[in-house]
Design a protein around this ligand. Structure first.
Ligand SMILES: [Zn+2]
Length: 314
């Protein structure tokens, strides 16, 4: 995608200029984090997106202040950080990112900051992307397997212990307790989806973000585009999805909360499949929405998928 590369390079240059200006203004080139940012004495942990913030809060308990750079509902792959984000990051004590190329903007974001950061996906069993221009690259959506998120939680406990050694035992105990809840949700998800018959075992979504969930639950994953980017849902991609749905008589198809469902509605219009509902992957909802926590997100998606594929109404 030449267009994509061009815009990326331009963004990076513009972004670097903004970053330099702000670094100079704040005088952050030589100093570390600033625990007093935000009005209490707790160290500040910034995550790149809402799912990580929720997991981090479970591990941190009340000992750290955890915030997400991107807000609920944001598109996280191609996010463009604001000067406010950079200011906030310069004052944080620790930054957590997913890694696996999820946050295309992140390397540039932390490059000039003297703030430690940890990659929470370190050690997960990575699945490659099967097609498109991303073929062979890691699929970044590792958190769609609660078993992987157990590794995320352990990595966070280690990073928090370095940041605040006096509470290391508490972080470890919190991660252990949270990991038990993750196991329950993982088991519930697999058992819920196990009612699907062989014919119903196809998960057709907008983005190819469900590889890990599909692997865990024994579903065939089909998507319109591999990873959210500036060019997605080409006519060929939509045609391919339509053919798959027709050939396999797929009863329902889905789209994610952070992207437009218009391309999938085209698939619905051209086939006998119903629109099965909105799935959450790249972002939690607001606190009063359907998935304010990661555990809610996994339960919600398993329920929506099972209901729609077995012929129920969403
Ligand atoms: Zn995604």
């Amino acid at each position: 995608m030449p267009n994509f590369s061009f815009r990326r390079a331009k963004d990076v240059r513009r972004f670097a200029a903004v970053l330099t200006a702000i670094s100079l203004a704040l005088g952050v080139s030589a100093c570390g984090g600033n625990s007093s940012a935000g009005g209490d004495d707790k160290p500040v942990v910034l995550t790149t997106f809402t799912v990580l913030a929720d997991v981090a809060k479970n591990v941190a308990g009340d000992k750290l202040r955890v915030e997400s750079i991107t807000k609920a509902g944001a598109e996280i792959h191609g996010y463009e950080p604001t000067p406010g984000d950079i200011r906030k990051a310069a004052q944080a004590d620790l930054i957590l990112d997913n890694g696996l190329n999820l946050e295309a903007w992140f390397a540039q974001f932390v490059e000039d900051l003297d703030v430690p950061h940890a990659v929470v996906s370190d050690g997960v069993d990575v699945m490659p992307i099967a097609e498109d221009s991303y073929q062979g690259k890691p699929n970044p959506h590792a958190w769609m397997s609660p078993k992987n998120v157990q590794i995320y939680a352990d990595n966070m406990a280690k990073a928090f212990a370095k940041l605040d050694p006096s509470h290391a035992a508490e972080f470890e105990a919190n991660a252990k307790a949270y990991n038990a809840q993750l196991q329950t949700v993982q088991d519930e998800m697999v058992s819920k989806l196990s009612v699907l018959s062989e014919k119903q075992r196809a998960l057709v979504t907008c983005e190819g973000a469900f590889s890990y969930l599909a692997r865990d639950a024994g579903l065939k994953e089909v998507y319109i585009w591999a990873v959210n980017a500036e060019q997605q849902a080409t006519p060929q991609q939509i045609t391919r999805a339509i053919e798959f749905v027709k050939d396999n008589q797929v009863p329902a198809v889905f789209c994610e909360s952070t992207v437009s469902d218009a391309p999938m509605q085209q698939v619905v219009g051209a086939t006998d499949a119903k629109f099965g509902g909105v799935l959450y992957v790249d972002s939690l909802s607001e606190a009063d929405g359907p998935v304010p926590t990661y555990l809610d997100l996994m339960r919600h998606d398993a329920k929506v998928i099972t209901t729609a594929l077995t012929g129920g109404t969403p």
